[in-house]
Design a protein around this ligand. Structure first.
Ligand code: LLP
Length: 421
């Protein structure tokens, strides 16, 4: 459920008309709904209510500080994967003891930054990383709390580019070697082993792979405890999928997921952490774009928008589906027609949808891409020298620009010309 609904034939974000935002900031732009963000966060929080837990928003999905602060004020922690994300979370007001640090390639500088600034735990992904973490912690005279990310060799049954839990993926240590790696960690004086971490992939629309992974984690918890390790915290990653295609999707709900966590891991008495990104932010955001031209081609027509693959790369990168709806509600009885929806960037990959059924639209009309709040703005670029598009946050009847559109000068003046030119 989200808060982007038609009212009297016009699309609204909460109590603000999308057309009003478009008039104020120009197109294209991203718009997020506070109520939807909070609703999704609370669904997870409530789903784990029976257990000690922390919901850490995977801020790679949407790292705007206004979004982070909205969630943090509701009690969320953050899952960060870089020094940049760590700094952003801190700048948004998230305390270090609510930040977990994931990622396969943490550098010394990033580790030092987090150890000095405060961190809840590092999710360690390899032995060499463990050695560096230990050395940096000892050089600072502190101990680093860690979980070790295990790779359970489970098929997440999602897009190959976002599956992470198979043995051929670069993530975590093979679960079969976990005892050996935990033994090594226990011998490193700069580290304090507190738990286990697992994340098997993103946009999972079936609970079975989670179940398979969590059962393995449960078994490993008992084995490691028998080996003498204190396992008090389980970080279960993110990955729960969302209904991108409203017409034919019914993914499991956070409450179903919470029951699965209870059932597979509840008896262990561990504190539970989860790292959802997409489910919190995805359906809390739209990308709004204007039709520039309607072009008739050979046997097909094209809707050419002012938004492009650099603004929302998911269709080009993962063949991802996004619902695209007109900002003025189509009149009942008008037959939708198939049309290709494309951006102005000079490559064929800049195609959002092929032969999508759309009501008749003309130049100047606005359309909204649904489910664009996660992995939208964060993955955008300035390809074709198109400035990053603005982000807007709505709360009830208020809206604010939370990242302005840079001017052309700001974009162009970032380059510097060497003295020999
Ligand atoms: N935790 C870890 C360690 C992760 O690697 C990820 C996502 C998450 C949590 C959050 O997963 P979520 O709940 O959002 O599924 N750019 C891609 C998605 C990449 C996901 C990478 N890792 C897309 O647009 O679909």
């Amino acid at each position: 459920m989200d808060h982007f609904l038609y009212r009297d034939g016009a699309l609204y974000a909460e109590d603000v008309a999308i057309s009003e935002i478009a008039a104020a900031v120009g197109t294209p732009f991203y718009v997020y709904s506070t109520a939807t963000l909070l609703r999704h966060f609370r669904l997870f929080d409530e789903a784990l209510a029976g257990m000690e837990h922390l919901v850490c928003f995977a801020m790679k999905a949407n790292s705007n500080q206004a979004v982070l602060r909205t969630l943090a004020q509701a009690g969320a922690g953050m899952d960060v994967v870089s020094g940049g994300e760590y700094r952003r979370a801190r700048a948004a007001g998230v305390p270090g003891d609510r930040i977990v640090f994931s990622g396969v390639g943490k550098t010394r500088d990033e580790i030092e930054l987090a150890l000095k600034g405060g961190i809840r735990q590092f999710n360690v992904e390899s032995e060499p990383e463990m050695v560096v973490l230990d050395a940096v912690a000892r050089s600072l005279g502190v101990t680093a709390p860690i979980t070790i990310r295990v790779n359970p060799d489970v098929d997440a049954k999602t897009h190959a580019k976002i599956a992470t839990g198979k043995s051929e993926n670069k993530f975590g240590i093979p679960i079969a070697r976990a005892r050996e790696v935990y033994r090594m960690a226990a011998g490193l004086k700069g580290l304090e082993v507190i738990g286990i971490d697992v994340h098997i992939g993103s946009q999972l629309t079936d609970l079975a792979p989670f179940e398979a992974a969590y059962l393995k984690v449960a078994e490993l918890t008992e084995t490691l405890r028998a080996d003498g390790h204190q396992i008090t915290r389980l970080d279960l990653g993110g990955g729960l999928g969302i209904p991108y295609e409203r017409s034919n999707a019914d993914p499991p709900l956070p409450s179903d997921y919470g029951m699965l966590v209870q059932r597979t891991l509840g008896h262990l008495g561990c504190e539970i952490e989860i790292e959802p990104g997409r489910l919190i932010a995805g359906n809390a955001g739209l990308m709004v774009s204007e039709v520039i031209y309607v072009k008739s081609g050979e046997g097909r027509d094209f809707l050419i928008l002012d938004g492009a693959m650099n603004d929302l790369i998911r269709p080009a990168m993962y063949d991802a589906y996004h619902d695209i709806i007109p900002v003025v509600e189509p009149v009942a009885g008008v037959e939708p027609q198939p049309i290709d929806i494309v951006g102005p960037v000079c490559e064929s990959g800049d195609t959002f949808a092929k032969q999508r059924l759309m009501p008749p639209l003309v130049a100047g009309d606005l359309v909204a891409f649904r489910s664009a709040g996660a992995y939208g703005a964060v993955m955008s670029s300035e390809y074709n020298s198109r400035p990053l598009i603005p982000e807007v946050l709505v709360k009830d009847d208020q809206f604010a620009v939370i990242r302005p559109r840079p001017t052309f000068d700001e974009m162009i003046n970032r380059d510097t010309i060497p003295p020999w030119l």
